[in-house]
Ligand binder design. Structure first.
Ligand code: 5AD
Ligand code: FES
Length: 338
C-alpha cells in the first residue's frame, strides 16, 4: 500500500495520490498516526517577527517585491525587535523567527548584533533567521552569532518553473546552493514551496518532493499561493485548501521526523485551515509576534490574517484553535526529532 511506503513510491504513484481526492481520509488518518508516533499531540510555537518589508528582490508573486511602489515600507529597530522577544518570552515562546525581505540596510553586522543580543538575553531560546539568499560566509557569521535555524523556501525545485516565478538574475540553482551551505554549516534547515503557484504542475510538485528527499530538511513549510493585487500575478487563481492539505499529509508520511507548520496562508484561504492542517499532519504554528501597527504592511498576499488589533495575542487564539482539534501547544524550543 503506497501510503505506508511512500518514500519508495514511484512518480506515477505519487501523481495518482496528488491528483485524486478519493484517498484523502485514509491519507490524513495515516499522516496523523505517523505524526503522533513521532511527536505525540505536541504542537510547537515559533514567534514570527517580521522585521522589515523592504526587499531588493522582485519575485512576481510577492506583495513586498521591490517594484510594488504602493507598499508602505517599514523597518524595526533592534530595540523594537527585543521588545517583541520580551513579550513573546512572557507568553511562552522559546523560538523566535526573524523574517524579512532581502533588505540591504540589515548588513551582516547588524544581523549579528541582533542575533547575539537575543541569544545572550534568552539563552534557552532558538533563534531562527529567514532573510533570504546570502553568501556562505554570511551564513557562517550568523551561526557564530548564535543563530541555529534558517528558513529558506526553495519555492519550486524545477528550474524552468522557477524562472517563471522570478525575474532574471534569480535562479533555482543558487537557491538550492544556499540550502546546502546552510546544512553544511550545521543549521537546522527549513525549506518549502507554495501550492498552486502560477504554472505549477503535478510533475513540479513531485520534483519538490524528490528535491527534499535529497536535502532532508528539518522543517518544511508549505501554504497555498494567494494572489496579491499589486503584483504581475494578480489575476492568477490561488492554490486550494484541499491540495495543500493533501501535500501536508504526503510530507508527513515521507518525512515522519519533520517539523511542518500549519501556515498563515492556510489560515487565510479557510477560516479553520490551520486546524485542518494540524489534522493532516502539521505540528507547528507560527503566530505573529510583530508589533500590531506594522502587521498590515507585511502583506505578501491579499487578505492575510492576524493583522488586525484583535490579533495582538495570536498565542491565546491559537491555543484554543489547537486544542479544538485535539492537540496541545507546548512551550519548548521544539527541536527536530530525527
Ligand atoms: N502567496 C502565498 N505565499 C507567498 N509567499 C510569498 N508570496 C506569497 C503569495 N503571494 C511565501 C513564499 C515565501 C514565504 C515567506 O511566503 O513561499 O518564501
Ligand atoms: Fe492570530 Fe488567531 S492566530 S488572530
Amino acid at each position: 500500500m503506497v501510503l505506508y511506503d511512500i518514500k519508495n513510491a514511484t512518480n506515477e504513484e505519487l501523481k495518482a495520490l496528488i491528483e485524486s481526492s478519493s484517498n484523502d481520509n485514509q491519507l490524513f488518518a495515516a499522516a496523523d498516526s505517523v505524526r503522533r508516533r513521532h511527536y505525540g499531540d505536541e504542537v510547537y510555537l515559533r514567534g514570527l517577527i517580521e522585521f522589515t518589508n523592504y526587499c531588493k528582490n522582485d519575485c512576481y508573486y510577492c506583495g513586498i517585491r521591490r517594484s510594488n511602489r504602493q507598499a508602505d515600507r517599514y523597518r524595526l529597530s533592534k530595540d523594537e525587535i527585543m521588545q517583541c522577544c520580551n513579550i513573546g518570552y512572557g507568553l511562552g515562546y522559546r523560538t523566535f523567527v526573524l523574517q524579512g525581505g532581502e533588505d540591504p540596510y540589515y548588513t551582516d553586522n547588524r544581523i549579528c548584533e541582533i542575533v547575539s543580543e537575543i541569544h545572550s538575553e534568552y539563552p534557552d531560546c532558538a533563534v531562527t533567521l529567514s532573510i533570504g539568499e546570502k553568501s556562505k560566509e554570511s551564513y557562517q557569521q550568523y551561526y557564530d552569532a548564535g543563530a541555529r535555524r534558517y528558513l529558506l523556501r526553495h519555492e519550486t525545485a524545477n528550474d524552468a518553473h522557477y524562472k517563471k516565478l522570478h525575474p532574471n538574475g534569480m535562479s533555482g540553482a543558487e537557491r538550492k546552493q544556499c540550502l546546502y551551505w546552510l546544512k553544511e554549516i550545521g543549521y537546522q534547515v527549513g525549506t518549502g514551496f507554495m501550492v498552486g503557484s502560477p504554472f505549477q504542475t503535478t510533475e513540479n510538485l513531485i520534483e519538490d518532493l524528490r528535491f527534499m528527499q535529497e536535502l532532508m530538511p528539518d522543517m518544511i513549510g508549505i501554504g497555498p499561493y494567494i494572489s496579491h493585487s499589486q503584483t504581475p500575478f494578480s489575476s492568477f487563481t490561488g492554490g486550494t485548501l484541499e491540495l495543500t492539505l493533501r501535500m501536508i499529509a504526503i510530507l508527513r508520511l515521507m518525512f515522519p521526523y519533520s517539523l511542518i507548520p500549519a501556515t498563515t496562508a492556510l489560515g487565510t484561504v479557510d477560516a479553520t485551515g490551520r486546524e485542518k492542517g494540524l489534522k493532516a499532519g502539521a505540528n507547528v504554528v507560527m503566530p505573529n509576534l510583530s508589533p500590531v501597527n506594522v502587521r498590515k504592511q507585511y502583506e505578501l498576499y491579499d487578505n492575510k490574517i492576524c493583522t488586525g488589533e484583535e490579533s495582538a495575542q495570536c498565542r491565546g487564539c491559537l491555543e484554543r484553535r489547537v486544542n479544538s482539534v485535539g492537540y496541545r501547544i507546548v512551550n519548548s524550543r521544539g527541536d527536530v526529532r530525527r
